[in-house]
Design a protein around this ligand. Structure first.
Ligand SMILES: Cc1ncc(COP(=O)(O)O)c(C=O)c1O
Length: 363
């Protein structure tokens, strides 16, 4: 086993070493306060300063317009599948209709959960072709007057990433699950009504969920929406209506500061393009490995692949582990392998994986 390991987990996932080192150094005594961040009141001046800096840095990194609130919540991506209908489906004639584009496991789960609160219309699906891309927008069967359109802009399990922002009736907000690629590429926040992301992939520890919501969408909650998950209530209390996940917010804040130091999202996107190019080129070199996603929708963050001879899977994983290439086993629902190459995965890590892919294939 080498000392240097590269962790390709889909999440919880690799974090920048610099951030972990800083957190370790500040673990027992944050900035001379005599307290660990974990021990601080969320209402005290120390934690409030951590929270405000994290919020400001994220706003800057994503150029979040002034008419959007950033909420630091709990509940994860699956929690949002219920929280968002409960916050947005009160907008129109009841029961409201929500449109979904079904491009893989996560958008499928979102539609299933939404059915508990509204009518969920699957406006397009790539299931018949094995989730290998995003159905062309011309084929979407959208509902006039829908409460919103839900998309998952990066399907973590299937490795499918949108390469466009849907152009739809501007009165219908787009809700985007960006859990596994937020901050990996530049986005225009103003094109979306709500963006949400569990933190445990490209941001920080599990337990924190980011929500970016346009102001005018704070008024449409269903009466059953719990107060702790009511966007308007959470926004009015600057994410402190109840106790937020303080330590996860602190680590996320360190990651945001780190990204700013590296040149922000534009700089990360450039590196991410290069990492993905390198990895897909090795997978495509011959038919020893296979990635089944249409080239234009291949994810830059999550790269599922299969060995042509699947009887070699265990041998492949054991050899990878021996080289310090960890957590490459594919999701149980699809099998095969998956390499998640988030912001914190350095180019050298992808190069080490590529070297191993070539060696294992006997190239
Ligand atoms: C795109 C996407 N959405 C939602 C989820 C679910 O997130 P959580 O486990 O935080 O509920 C995941 C988790 O892997 C995901 O990748």
């Amino acid at each position: 086993m080498t000392n240097q390991v590269y962790n390709f987990s889909a999440g919880p996932a690799v974090l920048p070493k610099e951030v972990l080192r800083q957190a370790a150094g500040e673990m027992l005594d944050w900035h001379g306060s005599g307290m660990s961040v974990m021990e601080m009141s969320h209402r005290g001046p120390e934690f409030i300063s951590i929270y405000k800096q994290a919020e400001a840095d994220l706003r800057e990194l994503l150029a979040v317009p002034g008419n959007y609130k950033i909420l630091f919540m709990q509940g994860g991506g699956l929690g949002e599948n219920a929280i968002i209908p409960m916050n947005l489906a009160g907008c129109c004639a009841q029961p409201a209709t929500i449109d979904f584009i079904h491009t893989g496991s996560w958008s499928g789960k979102s539609a299933k959960e939404a059915r508990r609160y509204a009518h969920a219309n699957v406006a397009a699906s790539s299931e018949a072709s094995g989730f290998t891309g995003v159905p062309p927008q011309s084929s979407w069967n959208l509902t006039p007057g829908a409460a919103y359109l839900h998309i998952c802009t990066n399907e973590t399990i299937d490795g499918v990433e949108y390469n466009f922002v849907p152009e739809i009736d501007p009165k219908v907000p787009i809700v985007a699950d960006m859990s596994s690629h937020i901050l990996s590429r530049q986005i225009d926040v103003s094109k979306y009504g709500v963006i949400f992301a569990g933190a445990q992939k490209n941001i920080g520890p599990a337990g924190l969920t980011l929500v970016i919501v346009r102001d005018d969408l704070l008024e449409d909650a269903l009466p059953i929406c719990p107060s702790a998950f009511h966007f308007k209530t959470v926004a009015e209390h600057e994410s402190m209506y109840n106790t937020p996940p303080t330590y996860a917010i602190y680590i996320a804040g360190l990651v945001f500061a780190h990204l700013k130091k590296l040149g922000g999202v534009a700089a990360m996107e450039k590196i991410n393009i290069e990492k993905a190019r390198l990895l897909y080129a090795a997978l495509d070199a011959d038919d020893f490995y296979q990635n089944r996603v249409s080239h234009e929708f291949r994810s830059r963050m999550n790269v599922p692949f299969f060995l042509r001879d699947e009887s070699l899977n265990e041998q492949f994983l054991a050899g990878a582990k021996a080289r310090g290439l960890l957590q490459l086993k594919g999701h149980k629902s699809v099998g095969g392998m998956r390499a998640s190459i988030y912001n914190a995965m350095p180019l050298e890590g992808v190069q080490a994986l590529v070297d191993y892919l070539n060696e294992f294939a006997g190239r």
